[in-house]
Design a protein around this ligand. Structure first.
Ligand SMILES: Cc1ncc(COP(=O)(O)O)c(C=O)c1O
Length: 436
């Protein structure tokens, strides 16, 4: 059946073996937890298996046929992944996940600061050319927001603690959007880096990027984007965003676990000192020193995530075949259905915007007087998989005065029946716990 948004969801669902599973007393699985991790289509599973069955070898080393083919397959995968966001392959570092990408960025600053203190020659020998924009310390600041996933907060807390820099943040409004009214007082001439989410994984609010990018540029700060909840769900073109770096996790876009992407401007990659070190990231090595490969290899220490990269490239191809704009429209339609259904339940409160303006396809709710885990249990008993808890965003929860929420997230393989199952499950939780 082709939906209002032109997506043949039944055909899409047939691509995902797991979606035919039955759970909890043989009920059909309703999977509404794609913001945590998305399910995998057969083409991704096949691509990984084919690599292991036919090509498997360590890449960038070895002169045998398989090593050559594996290296080609890995670099072709990088090219495909880069194209997915309009980037160039040499700007794409393949890491384990977005958390690692954000750590790589945060460590670039704390390592640069430590190396700058060791003196120019020592710093250069350790792979840092001395770009002062990467050097933190008292009097410099790092800016995040109250919406951040812990992955884009804790690494910056650590960088601040190691360097003496100040951590500042953009606050949020009561509806879980970013509050930019104090933008110019928070991002100032002393700001070295602004690292911000593209879309909240709790409230679904999409970040108004333009004023933040403009302000960061005006004060000479780097601007980084945690695009975990954007790249899998909407068309993203790095060229038009104006950011210096952007990252996401492959497993949230139908790719394998264990692969994430850091896209960064070439100048930034060239300026950053190495993060993890060892094999594969070097040029030459002597007993007391080493020189380093050019990016992106400089940031890919050890045997790379080869099968995972190939699986992620297959996922990119698959999603592009369906069309990212179509997927975004589809999620928007399902979100509208969910918000309309929830509006009929007076005991259920949406944590985040209740309209569709600048809003993505995650819907978090509180059922008044009922703990999120109990709501999740009622849904799970009906075969509906949602996420419950703080969603790795404790400061956001605290600011909104909630302990936890129940989150449904929609993706290309969900349909209106899935949304109806979610809303019916919420109604069942209300009636079970509130006796209505
Ligand atoms: C907005 C956001 N940032 C970062 C992450 C971290 O992703 P990963 O655990 O794959 O590194 C997540 C995961 O839920 C997320 O939603």
């Amino acid at each position: 059946m082709i939906t209002a948004t032109g997506l043949d969801v039944a055909a899409v669902r047939a691509d995902f073996p797991i979606l035919s599973r039955r759970v909890r007393d043989n009920q059909p699985l309703v999977y509404l937890d794609s913001a945590a991790t998305a399910q995998k289509p057969r083409v991704v599973l096949d691509a990984e298996r084919r690599f292991y069955e036919e090509v498997n070898a360590a890449v960038h080393r070895g002169a045998h046929a398989l090593a050559e083919e594996a290296t080609d397959a890995y670099e072709e995968a990088r090219q495909r992944i880069a194209t997915f966001v309009g980037g160039h392959p040499e700007q794409c570092v393949l890491v384990r996940n977005a958390t690692e990408a954000l750590n790589l960025l945060a460590y670039a600053f704390s390592n640069a600061t430590a190396l700058a203190g060791a003196g120019r020659v020592a710093a250069r020998e350790a792979g840092f050319d001395g770009d002062p924009r990467l050097v933190l310390g008292p009097g410099r600041s790092i800016v995040v927001s109250e919406l951040e996933h812990h992955a884009n907060l804790v690494p910056w807390q650590q960088a601040a603690a190691k360097t003496g820099a100040t951590l500042r943040w953009l606050p949020i409004t009561p509806t879980g959007r970013l509050d930019l009214s104090d933008l110019d007082r928070i991002i100032t001439r002393d700001t070295a880096v602004v690292s911000i989410t593209a879309q909240s994984n709790v409230t679904g609010a999409i970040t108004p990027l333009v004023p933040i990018v403009e302000r960061a540029r005006a004060v000479g700060a780097f601007i980084f984007l945690d695009a975990c909840q954007a790249v899998p769900n909407s068309p993203v073109d790095v060229a038009g965003l104006g950011v210096d770096a952007l990252c996401w996790s492959g497993h949230k876009m139908c790719g394998p676990t264990g692969i994430g992407v850091l896209w960064a401007r070439a100048e930034l990659l060239a300026a950053m000192p190495p993060f993890l070190s060892g094999g594969s990231m070097i040029d030459t090595v002597e007993m007391t020193r080493a020189t380093f490969a050019l990016p992106p290899q400089r940031f890919e220490a050890g045997t790379p995530l080869t099968a995972q990269a190939i699986g992620l490239a297959a996922a990119a191809q698959y999603l592009d075949g369906i069309g990212m704009a179509r997927i975004a429209d589809h999620e928007r339609h399902l979100t509208a259905c969910a918000l309309a259904g929830i509006a009929e339940l007076p005991e259920v409160r949406v944590i985040g915007p209740t309209d569709l303006v600048d809003r993505g396809g995650v819907v978090s709710v509180i059922v008044d007087g009922v703990h999120a885990h109990d709501v999740g249990q009622v849904l799970d008993d009906r075969g509906v998989a949602v996420r419950v808890g703080h969603h790795c965003a404790w400061p956001l929860n605290r600011r909104l005065g909630i302990a936890a929420s129940t989150r449904a997230s929609f993706y290309l393989y969900n349909d209106e029946d899935d949304v109806a199952a979610f809303v019916a499950g919420l109604a069942a939780a209300v009636s079970y716990f509130r006796g209505r």
